[in-house]
Design a protein. Sequence first.
Length: 114
Amino acid sequence: MNYKQVIIVRKDLKMPTGKTAAQCSHASVESVLKSSKDIIEKWQSQGMPKIIAKVQNLRELLELKKAALRQKLVASLITDSGRTFFKEPTITCLAIGPDLEEKIDKVTGHLKML
């Protein structure tokens, strides 16, 4: 059984590469902190695979969070504080998992990679 984590980024925000990397890192860490120790250990033993995908806007991101929660997956939505690139708090990305690849693919399998 394969495990992975998927991090989904909003393309409409046009974040610089460094900002995107920081937001994805926040999402990954928060999602791992919410996950069970058993799943984390299995995911770690496989090299902690992560996929970075994209959506066009906030609406798509929020729909994916709802779909993940319906599948009983860990989902961490990240809101930037608005102190540097953004002028106000802004939802930037979502991490789903780590969990079984087939469970996550039910929610994210249709997405394109960033």
